[in-house]
Design a protein around this ligand. Structure first.
Ligand code: SF4
Length: 325
């Protein structure tokens, strides 16, 4: 996924999803929450594994609604809203652990927000009398699933409406998928070094400090077992990408790229690029504008270091991820 993108059908990446977001009528009231961005735009790139944990543990559709409740002992339970005799906490947690093991091959997961089973965060917690408990939690299935897969990129469908969160999530899924393929093919020291080289500018846009720390980690690669170094590497790599990229950090990366054209560009072309980078920094144009100009220049003056940078070429044009960030 580096270099000039080819016009071929993309390989679809395995991603887990709450079934109701695909239009499956599995909610407590037998409705669904189909999300067109997930079922249409993203489905060209993602191959979904739908999971409805409530149906999977044997609850009927339709069924009495459930909620997160702070029990008398202070623990968070999943109980019936009008049926305190229903308590599916253990069943949902056990199913989350089971799926966490079974779905190790996934490269991302999209969860339904606010659900006591699937919600990623800020799910309302109630007292047994129905009043708000004053804090929020994570759905029971999601909690168990994610505890087994701490590196898995995860997002909720509502947050995908935010252009920055959407771009960040899709980027993390693409990168994690590339890492999984690398490991699957048999990780080597060279493979790890190449992976780092290809993602260097992307890391710089998110977290320059971690990018340098990862470089130091790889500089001492001969001193520790490869598997240990790889585990430490991907943990920090994913943590770096989870930090949102800012306009300022993107602008630094764009200037870095422009530096690779210093012997090639005519002064007027360089000035044009600088002006666009500054307009981007100030929020006047989206990131796709300076990126497109730089891609254009690198087509005329190819640079082997730049050609392998995932940063410049990973974005699928159909998703228009850079058009609003
Ligand atoms: S939010 Fe989760 S548990 Fe609820 S209907 Fe959707 S997939 Fe099923």
């Amino acid at each position: 996924m580096t270099g000039e993108p080819e016009q071929t059908e993309p390989e679809r990446i395995p991603v887990g999803v709450s079934s109701c977001l695909l239009g499956h009528e599995v909610r407590y009231d037998a409705s669904h929450k189909r999300n067109p961005f997930i079922t249409e735009a993203l489905s060209r790139y993602f191959r979904y594994t739908p999971v409805c944990p409530e149906v999977a543990i044997g609850l009927a559709t339709p069924r009495p609604p459930i909620r997160l409740e702070r029990a008398e002992d202070g623990r968070i339970r999943v109980r019936g809203v009008h049926r305190p005799d229903i308590d599916v906490t253990k069943a949902l947690e056990a199913y989350g652990r089971q799926k966490g093991q079974e779905l190790q091959g996934l490269s991302g997961y999209i969860l339904k927000a606010k659900s006591p089973s699937c919600g990623m965060e800020r799910v309302k917690v109630f007292k047994p009398d129905g009043h708000p408990a004053g804090f929020t939690g994570r759905g029971a299935y999601a909690r168990a699933l994610l505890a087994q897969n701490p590196l898995l990129p995860v997002e909720e469908e509502g947050r995908l409406n935010d252009p920055s969160l959407r771009e960040g999530f899709v980027c993390r899924v693409f990168c994690y998928y590339r890492w999984q393929r690398l490991v699957e093919a048999g990780l080597t020291r060279k493979g790890l070094l190449d992976f780092h080289a290809e993602h260097k500018l992307l890391l710089m846009a998110h977290d320059e400090q971690r990018m340098r720390a990862l470089g130091r980690l790889l500089a001492s690669l001969g001193e520790q077992p490869l598997a240990e170094a790889a585990d430490a590497y991907i943990r920090e790599f994913m943590a770096a990408l989870a930090r949102p990229a800012t306009r300022g950090r993107h602008a630094n990366v764009l200037y870095h790229l422009l530096g690779h054209l210093k012997r090639d560009l005519a002064p007027a072309d360089r000035q044009e690029a600088v002006a666009l980078i500054e307009q981007y920094r100030q929020g006047m144009v989206p990131l796709i504008v300076p990126i497109t100009l730089l891609r254009h220049h690198f087509r005329h003056w190819p640079d082997p270091y730049v050609a392998r940078q995932f940063y410049l070429y990973w974005n699928p044009p159909e998703l228009a991820l850079l058009n609003q960030v």
